[in-house]
Ligand binder design. Sequence first.
Ligand code: ADP
Ligand code: GLC
Length: 488
Amino acid sequence: MRVLLASSEVHPFSKTGGLADMSAGLAKALGRAGHQVRVVTPLYRGILQRFPEIRREDWRFDLPLGAGRIQAGLYSIQLRDNLVVSFVEQAFFYDRNGYYMDHNADYPDNDARFIFFSKCVAHLARYLPAAPEIVHVHDWQAALVPALISHEKRAGWGRGERPPATCLTIHNLAYQGMFPGTSFGLTDLPREYFTPDRLEFFGLLNCLKAGIVFADAITTVSPRYAREILTEEYGCSLDGILRKRAARLRGILNGADDEDWNPGTDAYLERHFTASRPAGKTANKLALQREMGLAQENGIPLFATISRLAGQKGMDIQLAALEEMLNANMQFVLLGAGENAFEHGYRALSARFPGKAAIRFGYNEALAHRIEAGCDFYIMPSRFEPSGLNQMYSLRYGAIPIVRATGGLDDSVVDLTEDGRRANGIKFYDYSPRPLAKAIRKALALYECPGLLAQYRRNAMKADFSWNRTIREYLEVYETAKNAASRP
Ligand code: ADP
Ligand code: GLC
């Protein structure tokens, strides 16, 4: 199948979170399975310097954007035989310090930046020499594409070829790309598209809603989150429209890239280890304790979290639970970046428990790998979690995840009470510090039973999150989308 995949982040070129890992992993897996894939993403600052092999293409965009016209170029890199990543070059829009924000404030022209990006994607879908059969867009930044394509189809697609079917993947319903109603003018769609059953949301333009309404198929990144977003509690005010489109919605758990995240080959690690030869994990733990300035003792259980410091991630209940639990014989490591209030909270925690809580702020890929390899337990107490990747990386690296049973965390971790033979983690249910503290206490008890801990670790490291399983489901969705698109 020929697939055009649009995402505002693609690892290793750009990344602020799991979206980058997921879009890159999906593209790679589809390419490996013999499909022809082109990924489109913005050319952010620094990408050309870090990847000088990326080449300018003979392609020029000159597209309307509201009252004006904007020109842009296209750069590409061929990663494998049938996998190309293309970058939209528009210096004013994308050559900036951040992708979406600077100094904790969103760029005021994010509407123009990503409506323009979506227009470039729709343009490629229509004019690329190898016309795609599926245009698969990710999150709000590309979610206008299905509406743009649907409009062009109605106006007559031309070329004598079948127009592509569209698929939207929602990675996080909390981010919808909402802008003042006046921003609708930038889409250059006729006024009739700006109604409550289409792109309008209480007078605002809602880009994600556009995708939900117009995509031939909608997916989200775990089966449980697909059910959750149909409820008022998790639906972020779009549950009504999602319920209307429920027949088109499917939850598919993300895969985890086994080239980037493999403790048997990971270049960042002190020592490699595998499920059948797990001994090397101890060397990584001691090295991590040294790196983080903690006492180097294998006997002390080491807990860790790597996260965006945001409300979604449960940082408030984690701070409160650790305040209580760090009095026990345990160590804690945090790598994170995000909201100031949480940074203050962790700084205060490490000041109160010197030598027990080690905190690093900022984004550090190498350290993230060393933490997964070195820690015994990985804490992920999310308020909601569409899929979550770190718990999968933890499982693969033999770190037992302690998770709140929500979204993809519930779908990927098995608690002792669910299936003793497959148990690989610890779950808690209510969103509050007490149940989390209790889960940490369970982990401390587990650490005292080496045989049981080894069993959990074996189960964890053997859990299958390969992309091969995941793309089979995406290919089914693509077929359904094609059938839906061909119906008048
Ligand atoms: P989300 O996308 O909601 O942030 P995920 O669990 O899907 O959550 O993915 C997060 C990804 O970002 C993981 O690959 C994780 O290792 C990485 N990550 C998050 N924060 C940092 C950080 N401070 N430094 C390095 N990697 C990070
Ligand atoms: C979002 C979600 C996260 C998911 C990631 C990749 O960032 O918050 O749960 O793993 O997208 O799909």
